[in-house]
Design a protein around this ligand. Structure first.
Ligand code: HSE
Length: 420
């Protein structure tokens, strides 16, 4: 028998206990040993929880209990769970976590501390989708050329409703919170940080890249306006928040931002709160993973899978997928070196000469326009909505600065990247 201690017995923790009970027979057969949750740690002992394990409000009741084999960390946050997980690993306990923020900041230190002690985190990225296992084990033969993921259900739900039902941003954010999709602080969702944490974990497994959130481009969905949605509809695009990793010439771009994707792409059809990750390997081609990214049973399904795996084989795989560092690894691309296509929304005076000045500035930066429409804004001004061919992030940012400096735009231009 292996004994499990759960730190943070909220929705997911309760689901872990329930699954271990409901599916005990098949789990025991698969694990080869009985897996028993015995104790839990919570902040507030007076809150009612639907579990039969012994509860305490002191983490040391689990960490100092030598009979506990596996610690499941479901607290949330970064520094406090880091201290807890570190102590659990130092005591030789296997750890399973669903905590993406913890891994976004501390995965390499934790890998070092873990050494030969199992440390698993399938639930940290895309909830119930086994994307960590797929990347680390199933695609181990490949150079990963790209990863494109809808890895924040809240943003996907909101964008779906904004584009397909014309529901305003504020209304739909409130609804997502009421439905329980959003993080405790929804800025983590709409600001792109939750997706960035998950992307960094995937990037470590795919490329061995040790980057932190501040090293990569992160933009959220807060500034998407009805005009952008009408452009998307007019040119047959869907609008998604994507986590993107893409390799080119020895570098890897890591970025999270809203993206216009042609409606014909499979990932464009992933609606509502669902998650999906497309991974392209040099040998396997494109593989696509789809499923629920959040929820008690969904997340607990991944946590329990890790527990079974630990029971079966102990330290089966290196935590982040590499037994030794790559001799010639990929370098992280600087934020300005990103190359993609762009959509721009420019609010301008509706008078002679404005368009020619704008296009001249774009031309000077070697930015070529693909599509353009003008929509009236009010009596004297208009929105110019345009898309470009592939160009450099640095060039487009500089062009937007020149527009502002030369007073060619009446408000800050909006920019959305296009992936096609
Ligand atoms: N807030 C996250 C989401 C939960 O919306 O996807 C799962 O990490």
């Amino acid at each position: 028998m292996l004994k499990i201690g759960i730190i943070g017995v909220g929705t997911v923790g309760q689901s872990v206990c329930q699954i271990l009970e409901d599916n005990k027979d098949i789990i025991t057969a698969r694990a080869g040993v009985e897996l028993v949750p015995v104790s839990g740690v919570v902040n507030n002992l007076s809150k009612k929880r639907d579990v039969s394990i012994k509860l305490s409000d002191n983490v040391d009741d689990i960490l100092d209990d030598d009979s506990i084999d596996i610690v499941v960390e479901l607290m949330g946050g970064v520094e406090i769970p880091y201290a807890v997980v570190k102590k659990a690993l130092e005591k030789g306990k296997a750890v399973v976590t669903a905590n993406k923020a913890l891994l976004a900041y501390h995965r390499y230190e934790l890998q070092d501390i873990a050494g030969e002690t199992p440390f698993e985190f399938e639930a940290a990225v895309a909830g119930g989708i086994p994307i960590i296992t797929a990347l680390r084990e199933g695609l181990g033969a490949n150079h990963i050329e790209s990863i494109k993921g809808i890895i924040n259900g809240t943003c996907n739900y909101m964008l779906d409703k904004m584009i397909n039902e014309d529901i305003p941003y504020d209304v739909i954010l409130k609804e997502a919170q009421d439905l329980g999709y959003a993080e405790a602080d929804p800025e983590f969702d709409v600001g792109g940080y939750d997706a960035a944490h998950k992307l960094l974990i995937l990037a470590s497994i795919a490329y061995g890249i040790d980057a932190k959130p501040e090293d990569i481009l992160i933009e959220g969905i807060q500034n998407i306006a009805p005009a952008d949605i009408s452009f998307a509809k007019e040119f047959d695009y869907s609008l998604k928040l994507l986590g993107i990793a893409k390799t080119r010439d020895g570098i890897v771009e890591l970025r999270v931002h809203p993206v216009l994707i042609p409606n014909k792409e499979m990932i464009a059809k992933v609606d509502g709160v669902m998650n999906a990750v497309s991974v392209v390997g040099d040998k396997v081609g494109e593989t696509l993973y789809y499923g629920a990214g959040a929820g008690g049973d969904v997340t607990a399904s991944a946590v329990v899978a890790n527990i079974i795996d630990i029971a079966r084989k102990g330290k089966g795989s290196p935590m982040l997928g590499f037994k030794k560092p790559l001799e010639v690894g990929l370098k992280l691309a600087a934020k300005g070196d990103i190359q993609t296509k762009y959509y721009l929304r420019l609010h301008v005076e509706d008078k002679a000469g404005v368009l020619s000045k704008l296009t001249m500035i774009l031309g000077d930066k070697n930015i070529s326009i693909k599509n353009m429409v003008q929509k009236p804004y009010d009596e004297n001004s208009a929105n110019l909505l345009l898309s470009t061919h592939t160009c450099n992030e640095k060039d487009i940012k500089e062009a937007l600065e020149v527009f502002k400096k030369e007073n060619l735009v009446l408000s800050t231009p909006a920019m959305i990247r296009i992936e096609e």
